[in-house]
Design a protein around this ligand. Sequence first.
Ligand code: GLC
Length: 569
Amino acid sequence: MRILYATSEAAPFCKTGGLADVAGSLPPALAAAGADVAVVLPLYQKVKERFGDQLYFECYDYVDLAWRHSYCGLFSLQRDGVTWYFLDNEQYFGRPELYGYMDDGERFAFFSRAVVRMLGHLKFWPEVIHCNDWQTALVPIYLKDDGVREDRYRSVRTVLTVHNIEYQGRFNPYILGDLFGLDSGWAKDGTLLMDGDVNLLKGAILCADAVTAVSPTYANELKMPYFAHHLEGIINKCDYKLSGVLNGIDMKLYDPETDPRIAVNYSAKDMSGKDEDKAVLQRMLGLREEPHTPIVAVVSRLVSHKGLDLICEVLHDMMELPIQLVVLGKGDRKYEEFFHWAAQQHSGRMAVRLDYNEELSMAIYAGADLFLMPSKSEPCGLSQMIAMRYGTVPIVRETGGLKDTVQPYESWRESGNGFTFANYSSGDMLYVIREAVYLYKDYPEAFGRLRQRAMNSDFSWERSAQEYLRIYAGITGQHWAPPERTEEPADAETVPAAPAEQPAEAAAPTPETAPEAETAETPVPEAETAEAPAPESPAPAKPRRRPAAKKETKKKGTAAKPRKTTAAE
Ligand code: GLC
């Protein structure tokens, strides 16, 4: 299977959020499962600065976007069994930041146009292009547009992954022809028009052969107005091709046993290092060195959908509990000011750092005991998984990926890997925080077992990669065989994350199926229907890794020797 993964960011090259983590680890997992995978992303200034000397210049071409005729360079790099392509255009991407410019619409229209234009220069003609969020939403649209004239574009199937539906790529319809080079038919038939705007995400949801959300619960939530930011009608209409696939995390990068970023390494079998990490964290942040006081941590962007209002409402009640509180993050001024002020009221027991700081965040994952994430909505969320991996027990609200990754603690049958609450209510949150704190203080052994279950949760990418391969097979009409199961029973110590919901059969619409106008009624399912798969479902045996079909290819010459010009030059 030949997959081209189109994204506007990917770790370790360039990152502003969770999309980069996903784009950095899913493609290698697909390659490890046997697919032939390439990733394409813009050659930002930051990438040029940090990786320029490792990039190979492949070729260049010109890309037509409406009346513009612009240079596009193609650079590549081999890594983790994947070919990473970078599209170069100094005018659009030679800037200090990834996003936030007034011409972002034009920049990513150029990028999407260039992805389609440069297909013939890549190492393969892809069977599937996997797009992500609004920045690459024009790819399925351009493929349909070009497919009318050229057969070869019709053979390419598309998947769109929605990481956060809040960001839709909305523009004045006036610029449809001038900026995106599309004729007015795309607006008139309703494919791209939404509330008077051109809406790229809407267009891509209609045009893609399969649509995925980053967790099964989020896929269901997207059908409801509360979560869908006006796109619920379209999502319901496309339910037949929608599925939720839970993200994973890089289990090697985030491994407390080997992680060089934390002060003392430890593992589920020997937790002594975590006590030392806790003492280090307390010293680092000026907290009292109290080994038996649980540290509750918040590592988050300080924005409203992260549920920070709940924390603000009951912060002083929380601080009546025997806890220490650590907050790391930056964002909206009102939260920054509040946390700064609160830390002064509780000095020695509360520490706040208004920053995005990877080193400190790792020290917190390692040194804290409880990880608080009361999000209003959370498509998937990665930090709760990282926290669990480091034995920091999560306290989350049951929404999106939080619901799919954290199963509530039940003392009577020793199950669960964290604490959860359902309603967006500060009282409910406080109740479970109290429950968690007293389990820690009064029943340390039970807390220890809960911590072990959190650490043993399986968030590896292999399972999700198989889900995606199944979706690709569905839309290309190829055979997909689930990986062979090992004979021996699943590792009893490994708690699998809630398995991703079986998505509706992703029927491949024929290229002739023109996207229909936006006429869908909006059936609003009741909130209760958004059930995540039962956490109790039996543990699936760990899939045995298939040997990669293609080992890392040393492409045209040796990887060590730059071939022609490098981006740095
Ligand atoms: C977005 C979502 C986040 C998700 C990430 C990766 O940033 O807000 O919940 O984990 O994408 O899919």
